[in-house]
Structures are given as C-alpha cells and as structure tokens.
Design a protein around this ligand. Structure first.
Ligand code: CA2
Length: 146
C-alpha cells in the first residue's frame, strides 16, 4: 500500500484557534482526520506531522525515504524562506506536492515566491482544508501513474 507523509509547518498548530478570518475555523486535527478519511477512500496510508522547527521538518523529509513514497507539504512561512527544506526534498527525490490553505498569490508580495514549488510535482493554493484533500488526490494519482 502506498504511504504518504503529510507535513505541516510553523504555526499551523494554531489553526482554528487564532485568526479564523484568514485561515478558517477547521483545526489541524480536523484536517488530519479528513485526510485520513480521504486516504482510506484512496486505499493509501498517511502519516502526519506538524513542527514549528525547520530542522525537524528536514529530518522528517530525510526519514521519509525509508517509509513513504510521496510527500504532501504545507511548509507555512518556511515556503518563502527555506532553502534547507527545498534541498531536503531534492535530496530524497520523493514526489512532493505543495499545498496552502490561502491563495498565496492574492496576498503580500513576499508570499508570492516559493522555494519549494520548483522541486514539487505541483502546487495547490487557496482552497482552505480542501487544498490538502485535493493535494492528496493529485499525489496518489501521480504515484499510481508513474
Ligand atoms: O496559506 C497557507 O497555508 C500558508 O502556508 C500559511 C502560512 C503562511 O505563512 C503562508 O504564507 C501560507 C501561515 C500559517 C499560520 O497559521 C496560523 C493559523 C492560525 C493562526 C495563526 C497562524
């Protein structure tokens, strides 16, 4: 069975608890639960991890090589800053899909650039919690076709 690593970056542990106007009312637990339901429907396994620490995300990407066939990542603000996360994705060479709750291109200019996008299979941005579900579907379709 395919196994997908889902990574959530900094501050996403606050989802549903702060700034609901920007990021919605769904909590991270609710997003993870709905991803697990979608994974069951798609007959794949998902493992989820949230970290506020860049190095912990890099470590998780390295470890994925042993266990997972693809990565779904919302790197949060590290999307716009982290060469280290991009290099880790390049190094493990696992198919990766980048997701964002908000449409990063409708927001401040500093959010328009992603270090991850050039090393990802694709990016889904702006659909709230659905971005994750759509990203998982896209990743599983990609893996099943390759
Ligand atoms: O839209 C997204 O998913 C982002 O990755 C979210 C990041 C932001 O830096 C990116 O530009 C776009 C921020 C996540 C912060 O999450 C919070 C959740 C609740 C309250 C405060 C922050």
């Amino acid at each position: 069975m395919l196994s997908i690593l889902v990574l959530h970056g900094p501050n996403l542990n606050l989802l549903g608890k702060r700034e609901p106007g920007v990021y919605g009312t769904a909590t991270l637990d609710e997003i993870d639960c709905s991803l697990k339901q979608e994974a069951a429907r798609l007959q794949v396994a998902v493992a989820t991890l949230q970290s506020n620490h860049e190095g912990a995300l890099v470590d998780a990407i390295h470890a994925a090589l042993e266990t997972h066939q693809g990565i779904l990542i919302n790197a949060g603000a590290y999307t716009h800053t982290s060469v280290a996360i991009r290099d880790a994705i390049t190094a493990v060479n696992l198919p990766t899909i980048e997701v964002h709750l908000s449409n990063i291109y409708r927001r401040e200019a500093f959010r328009h650039h992603s270090y991850i996008a050039p090393v990802a299979v694709g990016q889904i941005s702006g659909f709230g919690p659905d971005s994750y579900r759509l990203g998982l579907l896209a990743l599983v379709n990609y893996l099943n076709q390759s």
